[in-house]
Write a protein that binds this ligand. Structure first.
Ligand code: NHR
Ligand code: GAR
Length: 225
């Protein structure tokens, strides 16, 4: 990217992933500018985080629209005002229509709290614990129309401790997300990350498992081999 990457972030809640990206931009790790934060929930705490960072905010609640298609038209119009190079879903809780997704090919990222393709959808931490899994994680992927199924960019893995309850596991996953999401956004903003069909390219070559998978040790250290 020759100019600074313009990013629009979509949120529905706390926005801790948004904060991690704001911080990485502030410390010049990511050559980008967040030009707007859009929330479908007026009470989302992430809106305050954006305002504190002098980022424009928009609230677009679903109430008032008759169907998904109409809502997504309005959302697209809202996004397009800001002419973004990249759209980031950071805890955005509404499924997006094919039409909206197709409008931004290879330019929309999501972070999902599981080791995709396992545990698509909602309530992942609870389901992972109930299944007695030994490990869990988070995945950054390109958004495609099919939910949580787009090509994978990065994954972070953690062991599940015998003592972990849902709240602790959620906290551990959040910490992991705050490391891997800025990394993926950095690659995109540097112009190193592309989607070619269903293949993720890093520096023009298909991304390798070594580059994709980070494992966090008990001490919190992330490493990729
Ligand atoms: N849209 C498309 N087309 N593709 C993806 O991969 C998407 C997406 C929209 C959001 C995030 C996703 C996640 O990471 C995401 C990925 C919401 C739901 C959901 O069921 C599921 C997955 C994700 C986000 N939403 C309900 C709905 O009817 C509403 C639930 C609620 O409001 O609490 O939209 O997990
Ligand atoms: C994150 O854990 C993200 O993976 C998850 O919501 C949380 C948002 O936290 N996303 C989904 O579940 C999408 N369906 P945040 O608002 O503090 O960034």
């Amino acid at each position: 990217m020759t100019t600074t990457c313009r990013i629009v972030v979509l949120i529905s809640g706390s926005g801790s992933n948004l904060q991690a990206i704001i911080d990485a931009i502030d410390t010049k790790q990511i050559p980008a500018e967040i030009v707007a934060v859009i929330s479908n929930k007026a009470e989302a705490y992430g809106l305050q985080r954006a305002a504190s960072a002098n980022i424009a905010t928009q609230v677009l609640p679903y109430a008032g629209f008759t169907d998904r298609q109409e809502y997504d038209q309005a959302l697209m119009a809202c996004i397009n005002q800001y002419q973004p190079d990249l759209i980031i879903l950071a805890g955005f809780m509404r499924i997006l229509s094919n039409e909206l997704v197709h409008h931004y090919p290879g330019r929309m990222l999501n972070i999902h709290p599981s080791l995709l393709p396992k545990y698509k959808g909602l309530n992942t931490h609870q389901r992972v614990l109930e299944a007695g899994e030994k490990e869990h994680g988070a995945t950054v992927h390109f958004v495609t129309p099919e939910l949580d199924s787009g090509p994978i960019i990065l994954q972070g893995k953690i062991p599940i401790l015998k003592t972990d309850n849902e709240q602790q596991l959620t906290q551990h996953i959040h910490k992991l997300e705050h490391q891997i999401y800025p990394q993926a956004v950095m690659w995109f903003a540097q112009g190193r990350l592309h989607l070619s069909g269903n293949t993720v390219l890093l520096d023009q070559h298909p991304i390798t498992p070594q580059q994709q998978i980070y494992t966090q040790s008990i001490t919190g250290q992330l490493s990729n081999n």
